[in-house]
Design a protein around this ligand. Structure first.
Ligand SMILES: Cc1cc2nc3c(=O)[nH]c(=O)nc-3n(C[C@H](O)[C@H](O)[C@H](O)COP(=O)(O)O)c2cc1C
Length: 327
């Protein structure tokens, strides 16, 4: 059975990629993913914001930094450089200890840091880089067009300064999601990862505080990426990588049938343990042999190709047919 496919244009042994998260935040954890059969890993994102605030939060309390703000800038720069070099170090070590592709991931806040971080990451030997871009649509003065333009600018700048393969991981907060994804896919990138799942604050009604609930996805969340993978399949020229809500081998198969080239998984491994990768792969192989598919290409996009199915993916409203049945 041939489960091989590609991610960022690089051949991987199977379509299961461990998504950027705490599961890939150290060399030991990366090794655990590889030992349990992951096709590739995307490292925990390097968040520029976190590098800046880590030390800055503490020293902000010191009067000296209030009166001499340039001192704070200096310390910020140092903590950023320390954080960046620790990340580069992890990539170098991970590359030495596993044979699967190791992809880095970054999320920056300063425009010029995107290409700078990416160029350093390329030098450290990462096989590819995932741009975890999110510009929160919470500024009333920022038009949808301006936000989208910023996404394009970031990708463009990173490409200008690096030669490694690029994946772009985005959410779905766009005015016209279809057009934006289409525009991104026309840039010089390799893969489009749909979709990131962001932090979802909740409220504890006893303590009246904001709390982090729903950190992990649930299987029913698969439908959003399933729809968009199916709608984009055959219409854009880049690899479609499914993310969010894939919790079992059935989810993997659904995404492949919708047209995904590979699938990123995270919550299910937090819940079931990293060795669950093996179970998912075994079950995928069993299904393929039952259906007599010898490789992924034999069924990839099969459901999305069917016009009747495309209509179902495009439909947004529930409508009663004349038969009275809810479609
Ligand atoms: C604890 C945790 C940490 C995460 N950290 C990152 C991150 O650093 N960068 C990123 O792009 N996504 C991050 N994610 C999102 C995951 O990569 C993934 O896209 C999301 O959880 C949806 O996939 P799932 O339904 O399989 O969990 C994180 C998710 C979790 C649960």
């Amino acid at each position: 059975m041939d489960l091989s496919t590609t991610f960022m244009g690089i051949k991987i042994a199977n379509p299961l990629i461990v998504a950027s998260s705490g599961l890939t935040s150290s060399v030991d954890k990366i090794k655990e993913c590889a030992d349990n059969g992951a096709g590739a890993v995307v490292l925990k994102s390097l968040f520029e914001e976190q590098l800046i605030t880590g030390k800055a939060k503490l020293i902000n309390q010191d009067d000296m930094y209030f009166w001499y703000p340039q001192a704070l800038d200096f310390v910020n720069t140092i903590s950023k450089e320390e954080g960046l070099s620790a990340y580069l170090n992890m990539i170098e070590k991970a590359k030495k200890s596993v044979s699967i592709p190791v992809m880095a991931s970054i999320n920056c806040v300063t425009p010029w840091e995107w290409p700078r971080f990416a160029a350093q990451i390329e030098k450290s030997g990462a096989d590819g880089i995932e741009l975890n871009i999110f510009i929160p649509p919470t500024n009333i003065n920022l038009t949808g067009y301006k936000i989208e333009e910023t996404y394009m600018d970031i990708i463009h700048e990173v490409r200008k300064h690096t030669n490694i393969p690029i994946a772009v991981k985005v959410g779905f907060y766009f005015t016209n999601l279809y057009r934006t994804l289409y525009k991104i896919s026309n840039l010089d990138i390799n893969s489009l990862v749909l979709f990131n799942r962001y932090y979802r604050p909740d409220i504890d009604i006893e303590t009246l505080r904001v709390v982090a609930q729903n950190v992990y996805s649930s299987p029913h969340e698969i439908t959003l990426s399933l729809r968009w993978i199916a709608l984009l399949y055959g219409r854009i020229s880049k690899e479609l990588v499914a993310a969010t809500g894939v919790h079992d081998y059935q989810g993997v198969i659904k995404q492949l049938l919708a047209g995904a080239t590979s699938v990123q998984i995270c919550s299910t491994l937090y819940k079931n343990g990293v060795p669950f990768l093996r179970t998912m792969l075994d079950d995928l192989e069993k299904w393929m042999s039952r259906k007599e598919y010898s490789n992924l290409a034999a069924f990839r996009g099969l459901v999305a190709k069917n016009e009747e199915n495309t209509a179902a993916f495009e439909r947004l409203q529930f409508m009663k047919k004349t038969t009275g049945k809810l479609f």
